[in-house]
Write a protein of this length. Structure first.
Length: 549
């Protein structure tokens, strides 16, 4: 490895791989170093759900959150990918861009229309090759879908293997009976209603940044090596310090820029260790300050609450045998047909609470008519992300996942110490606002009532007997008790190096030169999305900004 490169990318996750690939093409005369703490590859990544039921801790960053005040001091499992491709190598491949109004609000708040829906659309298109299902096949989708990008994106019904789930029509009818409208394409920018699930996989094979974004000969990859510090000369980023898995310390210089791409948890940690952050936090750990910026603040994440149900009729969803068989058709992709996105401002209590408790900026975000507040999805299996549900009953089981996608709760990322080997203190401050709790409970109640009215009479349905199961009691009191014990993060963190306060609209860190941040940490507001698709587009956009094309 050389000791000097034009560009150094600190983190070979989703965004880092996109940046390395695109910069190698846009700037073929430049030398690029991509540094990743995890391995270059792992055989378990390629199967769509090859990591289901496997700890695979060696390719994951696993951090316990700080005790959550609003959840009786419970800690949460926070996870990021630790392999080339980052979280795109370990996630469940859900592909949801979010609402057009998410991006239009982002652009308005940072004063740059390149981050609006129209500004981001070319980058959403250039990263994907979309394979539509039967309902969209033959239609002209070219105005908003891509058909020649590195990441293959399919729908449940366009999978190359049989994925015609028995409850598809019944669940769709349930949503219709509740007045939830059908949306043709969940990624059109208008996703309020229920729409077919979309995924970065096809025929049981995962597509991810570490494999499907090719890199030119001007890219060097340093795997199993962790960047421990950005090195400054005055206020200019001159390079990095890094530590290999073998314990070898290395200093590498950057002629042009250092680009931090270590994720919503890792990027703020690296900046803080390097002297970029709040005065009080850096002083506490004896770190010399380079720039006083609110690094690590504005941390938001999507909270999720799961409920588990058993169907009397067999053959409708995964049972215990299928859960153990990771090669069967049930697990060639996430076993789900529909995702539903809801607004709850028609609830007068929720709207009044939002009007009284939110800041003026948050209130404006809350009112955006096309922006969802919550998301729900019904998985055809007993899929326990909580660790509290126990083994599934024999036969057909389903899991309802309910999430807040535009939360008002905010937390922080701070340092445990000045040692790079120590994990950061991550406090998402989950469910800390009454509004977030009300929204979550309203969404859980909506789907549970739909199941009991539409599914139970025909198929037989009862909630599984797990800790704090609701058993038909959908009062705020009962759901609060369940949320205190069983809510969790979806690991959709953002905002910890927020655009507008930490970086400018070209991802350049304020108050210094030669340093950018490109990953989910720069997203300044929660998106009604799953963050995989947005971070691909963010990196595509940033690569063009860096190359000035």
């Amino acid at each position: 490895m050389a000791a000097i490169y034009d560009y150094i990318i600190a983190g070979g996750g989703t965004a880092g791989c996109v940046l390395a690939s695109r910069l190698s093409s846009y700037k073929p005369e430049s030398s690029i170093l991509l540094v990743e703490a995890g391995p270059k590859d792992d055989s378990r990544i390629r199967p769509s759900l090859g990591l289901v039921g496997q700890a695979a801790n060696e390719i994951k960053w696993k951090i316990q959150s700080a005790p959550q005040d609003a959840m009786n001091g419970k800690t949460l499992d926070l996870v990021q990918g630790k392999a080339l491709g980052g979280t795109s190598a370990i996630n469940h491949q859900v592909w949801i861009r979010g609402a057009a109004e998410d991006y239009d609000q982002w652009a308005e708040e940072v004063g740059d229309q390149r981050w609006s829906w129209d500004g981001m659309l070319p980058h959403f298109k250039e990263c994907e090759t979309f394979i539509p299902g039967p309902e969209l096949e033959g239609k002209d989708l070219s105005s908003y879908r891509g058909f020649s990008g590195p990441i293959t994106v399919s729908q449940t019904s366009s999978s190359g293997r049989p994925r015609r789930y028995s409850l598809r029509e019944a669940i769709g009818n349930m949503y219709e009976s509740q007045g939830v409208s059908r949306v043709a394409d969940i990624n059109s920018g208008h996703h309020l209603g229920y729409a077919e699930h979309s995924t970065s996989s096809y025929d049981g094979v995962r597509y991810w940044a570490g494999s499907n974004y090719t890199m030119g000969p001007n890219v060097s990859i340093m795997a199993e090596t962790q960047v421990t510090k950005v090195v400054f000369e005055g206020s200019h980023a001159k390079g990095i310090e890094c530590l290999s898995s073998a314990g070898e310390r290395t200093h590498i210089s950057a002629k042009v820029e250092v680009i931090v791409s270590s994720g919503s948890l890792g990027s703020p940690k690296l900046l803080l260790l390097s002297g970029v952050g709040p005065t009080e936090e850096l002083s506490k750990h004896g770190i010399t300050q380079v720039a006083d910026l609110p690094v690590g603040q504005n941390y938001s994440d999507h909270a999720m609450l799961a409920t588990f149900w058993h169907l009397e009729k067999s053959g409708l969803a995964m049972g215990d045998v299928e859960m153990r068989n990771e090669t069967c058709d049930w697990t060639c992709g996430l076993p789900i047909d529909w995702l539903a996105f809801h607004r709850h401002d028609q609830d007068h209590t929720i709207r009044a609470l939002a009007a009284s408790d939110l800041s003026p900026v948050e209130w404006e975000r809350f009112k955006l008519p096309g922006r969802a507040h919550t998301e729900s999805g019904i998985l055809y299996g007993h899929i326990d992300f909580t660790g509290k549900a126990g083994p599934p009953p024999a036969g057909s089981n389903i899991t309802v996942m309910t999430k807040i996608v535009t939360p008002s709760s905010r937390g922080s990322i701070t340092l445990t110490s000045a040692k790079p080997s120590d994990p950061p203190v991550c406090n998402p401050n989950m469910l800390s606002t009454e509004l977030d709790r009300k929204l979550l409970f309203a969404a859980v109640r909506l789907t549970a009532e739909g199941l009991e009215k539409s599914i139970a009479p025909e198929y037989g349905l009862q909630e599984n007997n797990v800790e704090d199961s609701l058993k038909g009691d959908y009062s705020d009191r009962a759901m609060k008790q369940r949320a205190l014990n069983c809510a969790r993060t979806v690991n959709h963190g953002c905002g910890t190096c927020a655009m507008g306060s930490v970086v400018d609209s070209e991802c350049r860190v304020k108050g210094v030169t030669g340093l950018r941040v490109v990953d989910t940490s720069i997203i300044p507001l929660p998106l009604s999305a799953h963050y995989q698709a947005p971070v691909y587009a963010v990196a595509e956009q940033a690569a063009r900004m860096i190359a000035n094309i």
